[in-house]
Design a protein around this ligand. Sequence first.
Ligand code: GTP
Ligand code: SPV
Ligand code: MN
Length: 599
Amino acid sequence: MMKNGGIENMCNQMESFINEMQELLKPDKTYIMNGSQHEAENLVDIGMKSQFDDRLVLRELNTTKFPNSYYHRSNSNDVARTEHLTFVCTQDKNFAGCNNNWMNPVIATEKMINLFKGSMKGRTMYVIPFIMGVPGSQYSKTGVQVTDSIYVALSMRIMSRVGNEATTIIKNSACFFRGIHSVGDVNPNRRFIMHFPEKNLVMSFGSGYGGNALLGKKCYSLRIGSYMGLKENWLAEHMIIIGVQSPDGNIVYFLGAFPSACGKTNLALLEPIFKGYKIFTLGDDIAWLHIGADGKLYAINPETGFFGVAPGTSFKTNPIMMRTLTNNKFFPTLFTNTAINNTDNTPWWEGLSDIIPSNMTNWQGYNYDLHSCEPAAHPNSRFTVSIYNCPTLSQEYYNPNGVPISGIIFGGRRSDTIPLVYEATNWSNGVFLASILGSETTAAASGKVGCVRRDPMAMLPFCGYNMVNYFQHWLNIGKQLKNIPKIFMVNWFRKDEQGNFMWPGFRDNSRILKWMLDRINGKVDAIETEIGLLPIPNNIDTDGLNLKPGILHELLSINKEAWLKEILMIDEFYKTFNNKLPNELKLNLQTLKRKFQEK
Ligand code: GTP
Ligand code: SPV
Ligand code: MN
């Protein structure tokens, strides 16, 4: 029996997709999402009454402190993206490149069909029509995902524009994205996230975790999106979008790319340390970049929510996010794999408060032992919250054409070598510096944490095609731009010998943004060095900053020995591309080497 959440005249293409899915997945019921308030309440209600994997799907949290907020605990084997189980299935293996796992599309399809066959027996299939981007915008895209997870259905409603408006646009359109998702039995041995860019299709089985299961997000908006961007001359990027307002009222827009769990959300919702400055938030994870009619680079955020890392978030580090989380308007907020403070039924995570609550349940559902060396919340525990709750949301978020970009920031998590901030000498040098971006791995993806790996443009896990062609595409976009944004590299994560962060980070990062503004406005000079343009230390506003003497100088210095090691790693990385890299990048590397030899 098909229950229609709203629209009566179901479009042909969408209807046949649903029929096909019913045939394959054999759900007991089908529910087509309409996006209404009533629907959200209903789904939450069902979630609070149903069990999956021996756990309640949702539990209500303290209604005064966290209104309309719900707790979800996942299977402990399903807490992060699984890059080794993520595939790009193009006809030609070389098209996917050595940056992706590849599988023959026919074999991959057969494998997935076998997993999906009847996997929704006894379950409801939720049909999720969604729009990425402002409805009606020339840059927005539509999709339909099916899932058997209420948690995923609710999360998709927060993260994208789900409901009748999407259905109306999709009506009779054949080119919408199709996403097939089932949590199956959450068995890592039967878990695959398969991308078919040539078919605008993703099949994901066996995981309910964000990036694996909310198919509008990384799967569509980045992996499939980057492929569409290559074909259609635009870029899909793992980037925040912010507007930085200076005391004269002028707003300058920046993009910021950092690998997973390396500071995007915190920078996107930053409250500047200085009076008179303000940061407006447009996006915290994904940006679609187009060349406007005026030759400038324009950015939109296709998403409508934040899927943010909980640990480290507090009134001290990120007051705007804390207000966002307790400012619920229309959408329920979800907390996943945090700990629970049983005294008042609120979510808790490391860094939220200096004092650790004494009566807690940890992320796995056990009493938390205060003397434990293990964290109470999973390091990759997250919240899913609507962007409309955000008090600093920019009015320009709704602009269908996006905002014009003046600066692009790339950053990684590096305990050594990489200075606090430096600037590329031009676009080609900026693309080079972004292509050699290195970062220590984090809990956002399964696997070892803390190993330096190259993560070009913070897109290594998300570029849906050969990275060699991706670099060339970046260079080509630059050649078409009339106003070239400045490109900056940052590192908030340098550590001293005791292992403490040398830079306070978070709100103090506004000091670095201020320097970038000054550079963009031509107010300050910079020092030419082997690696690019470094700030004159006096030009960084340190008013009220409690740094020990010499620290800023050290953060802005270049250690030749460390850089020679870095260059060896870059060489190794570049070798993996079998000499296929664009010449412009090879030349940049040669110049970098030569400059250090001359030193
Ligand atoms: P994804 O959602 O995985 O893409 O992550 P993200 O890039 O949005 O990272 P996020 O802002 O959520 O930060 C990840 C972790 O780094 C959190 O634990 C933050 O508290 C911490 N963090 C963010 N900014 C800073 C900073 O400036 N300094 C330090 N030391 N930690 C930071
Ligand atoms: C990331 O890992 O970069 C995230 C979380 O933003 S996920 O949506 O799971 O990819
Ligand atoms: Mn991300």
